[in-house]
Design a binder for this molecule. Structure first.
Ligand code: SF4
Ligand code: SF4
Ligand code: SF4
Length: 173
């Protein structure tokens, strides 16, 4: 199924919100214009990805750049936006995107295994482990999470997905 910029299909969205499934979100670089504006302006020159210090931008479908949090953490340096001469980005001043981390069922806590790798990787202290028995489970504080992706690669079971806080983020279904 192709990409949809309208949003997450109901079934996928419900599952995602419940942390039970990992929809594959289509993630543009920070400060990218809305999907229609971005793809209209972008010439797929790849300059933004080449300018990205942590190399977390990759060529996606159609050659358009995508953020791949499995490659590392976006530092919000703004170098990608600065490298674009085609107007595909808004001014990198406000909130870079409406993304956050979601923790799915592959989290080791569900199997009774203690693991704090995601918490330790989060520079925003956005992942907390409220005391619980037999094993505390991680919870993402949405008001602190920047969607930087730093926790994604730290998770030994790939349980963490970066996606929108609402249905506004396009997905690959
Ligand atoms: S803001 Fe910086 S670290 Fe983040 S994707 Fe752009 S160039 Fe890379
Ligand atoms: S620098 Fe601009 S035009 Fe080039 S790939 Fe990135 S967003 Fe597209
Ligand atoms: S996406 Fe970034 S800010 Fe959010 S929980 Fe993961 S490491 Fe922390």
């Amino acid at each position: 199924m192709g990409r949809s910029r309208i949003g997450v299909p109901d079934r996928s969205r419900r599952a995602l919100l419940a942390g039970r499934a990992r929809a594959t979100p289509l993630l543009r670089p920070p400060w990218a214009r809305d999907e229609a504006g971005f793809t209209a302006a972008c010439t797929a020159c790849n300059a933004c990805a080449e300018a990205c210090p942590p190399a977390v931008l990759v060529r996606g479908g159609g050659g358009f750049p995508e953020f791949d949090p499995a490659r590392g953490e976006c530092t919000f340096c703004g170098d990608c936006a600065a490298a674009c001469g085609e107007g595909a980005f808004v001014a990198p001043t406000g909130r870079p995107w409406a993304l956050r981390a979601w923790i799915g069922d592959a989290c080791l806590a569900g199997a009774g295994v203690v693991c704090w790798s995601c918490r330790d990787a989060c520079g925003e202290s956005a992942i907390r482990f409220p005391p619980a028995l037999p094993v505390a489970r991680p919870q993402v504080a949405a008001d602190r999470c920047t969607g930087c992706g730093g926790c994604v690669g730290a998770c030994p079971t790939s349980a963490i997905t970066i996606a929108g806080a609402s249905a506004e983020v396009p997905v690959v279904a």
